[in-house]
Design a protein around this ligand. Structure first.
Ligand code: DHE
Length: 516
């Protein structure tokens, strides 16, 4: 059976739940929830709704009635009675009949390589291959490949369903890997303008990370609770790591990122207070910094088969981390728990906590950026449930300023050549605005409104920082190209609900103005 066929079978099996109340709830689920969360509750654009992944979610009835701030989850309080909502809560807390065992064999069976793909010896276009910008169009699940100088669309290809998070480029910028929430990872050759292949690395996935040397791609999964490591050359699964805390608690992975200087992947467990480091160099391993202690002595413990490549190390934290970020040399991790009011700074060498930060209001560190200000490196992060950006001094971890915005925003972007941070106002009545913030004074110096009444989000710069591209996040949307100095619109490219945009050069050079 192919990966897709197997899932259809599982989805049908998963619906087979006993009892009349369940029958009503199952009908409500099918009518109101299945389109996003999957018929078998195993996830789609929304997360899987099964006990294994609902672990830490509190107040499910409130979430169903009122929605979830800063997500696509809408409230159903006006279409469902309190009784129906209680029925749905019981329904999604009940185990599904069968959760597929998405192991290495099944992952491998899902792998589909394009039979007619042959790598071009050189780029098949005249554009600067380092100034290509990819635009994810979530309206019809495509990516447009833009020439970053002329803004011509060089190719437009279909992606898996519901791409989320930043695509990850090979270190030479030639290949890009794109992940969808339902676990598919697609490999695309930018020089040849061709898909290379795709594989289903998980059933409900969070994000992906490229190893420092471009050989391995880590896929953080919610379902199953694993970290899948793929060969970037062939997309074959080379290791599927069960994610279990030290006390045996299985856990989803909040996210995984590469730490290039440390030659490792760093991930946080969503359901247990642990950070993991996985070596991506056989010489590195978790021991290379000489600070591996037991939990009692320090914050760190090595575990698993210490085989060099993919050797693991745990760092204990006080709370599970939902979101995290790094300083530019990857010595420290800044993490938050979305239910908490503070952030923590964990030193990745010692594994110990070095500071606490005041960060209320659901900071979204996944979209944080850094820049230089008065000789200090600062980082900024939007908050998902209030109109605030926090700016933190990364030298002494003090709060420099909370910048008030016209509503909660999702994404920040800047560029080495730009004096500004571009911050969208994704939620609320000002969702059509983008603030332009001076990186030195930390004041809002302009507010753009490219399409009144429509959601505007996510900025990306061209390689040289001359232009800034902003998405009109609507089905009949557009990418608006601004002159980054004059803040005047220069082009408007029609696109279908464009979301993130990713410039090859800015991403592979870890430009200061972009998130990981
Ligand atoms: Fe995202 C990146 C988490 C909802 C669009 N989002 C990320 C990353 C994380 C994250 C950890 C960084 C991963 C990476 O790039 O490797 N996102 C979360 C959530 O926890 C949250 C709030 C709830 C959820 O549904 O998971 C969430 N995100 C959304 C959306 O609703 C958005 C707006 C629409 C969508 O596509 O689902 C959305 N997230 C994005 C985008 C990026 C992203 C476009 C990449 C930004 C970048 O510039 O790199």
């Amino acid at each position: 059976m192919t990966g897709r066929g197997y899932l259809a079978y599982v989805a049908a099996a998963a619906l087979a739940l006993p009892g009349m109340a369940h029958a009503d709830a199952a009908a409500d689920f099918a009518a109101h929830c299945a389109s996003c969360h999957g018929e078998g509750r195993l996830g789609g654009t929304g997360p899987a709704l099964i006990p294994e992944t609902l672990g830490r979610v509190k107040g499910l009835d409130q979430v169903i009635a009122h929605g979830r701030p800063a997500t696509q989850m809408a409230g159903f309080g006006d279409v469902l009675s309190a009784e129906q909502i209680t029925g749905l809560v019981d329904f999604i807390k009940a185990p599904v009949a069968q959760i597929p065992d998405w192991d290495a064999a099944r992952i491998e069976a899902s792998r589909e390589m394009a039979a007619d793909y042959a790598p071009a010896p050189a780029p098949v276009f005249k554009a600067d291959p380092m100034n290509i910008t990819l635009v994810v169009e979530t309206g019809d699940h495509h990516v447009s490949v833009l020439d970053g100088d002329t803004f011509d669309v060089l190719d437009r290809f279909a992606t898996p369903y519901a791409v989320h998070g930043g695509p990850k480029f090979s270190p030479d910028g030639r290949y890009v890997f794109i992940m969808s929430r339902d676990g598919w990872v697609q490999k695309y050759d930018i020089w040849s303008l061709r898909e290379v292949g795709r594989v289903r690395a998980g059933l409900n996935s969070r994000n992906i990370a490229m190893s420092h040397d471009g050989q391995w791609l880590a896929v953080a999964n919610y379902l199953p609770q694993t970290l899948t490591i793929l060969s970037t050359a062939t997309l074959e699964p080379v290791k599927v790591i069960e994610v279990e805390a030290r006390d045996g608690t299985p856990s989803r992975v909040s996210a995984v990122y590469q730490a290039p200087q440390r030659k490792s992947f760093i991930l946080a467990l969503k359901d247990a207070p642990e950070i993991w480091e996985v070596a991506t160099d056989p010489e590195a391993g978790p021991f290379y910094d000489g600070y591996v202690h037991t939990f009692e002595k320090g914050g760190t413990e090595a575990f698993g088969a210490q085989e060099g490549l993919f050797a693991r190390r745990r760092i204990r934290t006080e709370e599970p981390l939902d979101d995290f970020f790094f300083d530019p040399d990857y010595k420290n991790l800044i993490g938050t728990n979305r239910e908490g009011t503070k952030g923590v700074v964990i030193n990745l060498i010692s594994g110990g906590k070095v500071a606490e930060l005041p960060l209320p209001g659901m900071p979204h560190l996944g979209s944080g950026i850094t820049w230089d200000r008065n000789g200090h490196k600062v980082m900024a992060t939007p908050h998902l449930d209030e109109g605030v950006l926090s700016v933190i001094d990364m030298t002494d971890w003090s709060l420099v300023k909370q910048i008030r915005t016209n509503g909660p925003g999702f994404f920040l972007r800047s560029h080495e050549t730009s004096p500004h941070v571009w911050a969208d106002v994704f939620f609320g009545p000002h969702k059509d605005e983008v603030h332009i913030i001076d990186k030195q004074t930390l004041e809002i110096v302009a507010t753009l409104n490219p399409a009144p009444g429509k959601t505007v989000a996510h900025t990306e710069f061209t390689r040289d920082g001359r232009y800034a591209l902003v998405s009109i996040w609507e089905d009949d949307g557009a990418v608006v190209v601004y002159d980054a100095k004059t803040l005047k619109e220069v082009r408007r490219l029609p696109m279908k609900k464009p979301s993130g945009k990713y410039n090859v050069w800015n991403k592979i050079t870890f430009s200061d103005g972009t998130s990981h």
